[in-house]
Each structure stands twice: as C-alpha cells, then as structure tokens.
Design a protein around this ligand. Sequence first.
Ligand SMILES: [Zn+2]
Length: 105
Amino acid sequence: MNTRCSVTQDLLPLYEEELLQLKTQRFVEEHLQSCQECRQIAEQSQIPLPAEVIPGGASKKMMRNITLKLTTIQIFFVAIAFILAMSTTIMNDNSGFILTYAILG
Ligand SMILES: [Zn+2]
C-alpha cells in the first residue's frame, strides 16, 4: 500500500462526514477515481462516491448487481419468515409466534 492509499483511507471517515477541506476532498476524490482498492474500501464503508467516479456502463452493471443482491436477500428473508410462520402455526405456540414477529418486525 502506498502513502496516497493510506492517507486516503485515513481520510475516508472525514470525507464521509464532509469535514475535509475542499483541497483534501479533491485529493480523496481524485484518488478514489484512480485507485480500485481504496474505492472498494469506500464502497464498503457506504460512502457515497462522486458521480463521475463510475463510468455509465459499470454503474448500470453495479446497480443491477446490487438490485440482484437485494432481491436475493428479500427472498431469503421471506422464505425464513414463511418457514418460521409455518412452524409456529404447526406447533401452535403463541409465544414463539410473537417472538418470531418481534424479531422480524
Ligand atoms: Zn488507493
């Protein structure tokens, strides 16, 4: 890891909070555009990236991937909720039923 990377990664939390000076902010944004590794770290930290970082094609693909992931997770949770609801209904266990909805809710 080079110095620019470590500096950028140190600054990411401040960048996220928009606490950086304009010059420093520019430095981080420019580095994120040129460095895959730091961009990934920024993405993992849920930091909204400057729009120009992502080229149109890649952005669409990424959005599709995110949507796909979300759908998979949603199906997963619906399946779990369904299974839990079924099992609690079968067991006729009211406390379990309430607990299930408390967790999922
Ligand atoms: Zn970097």
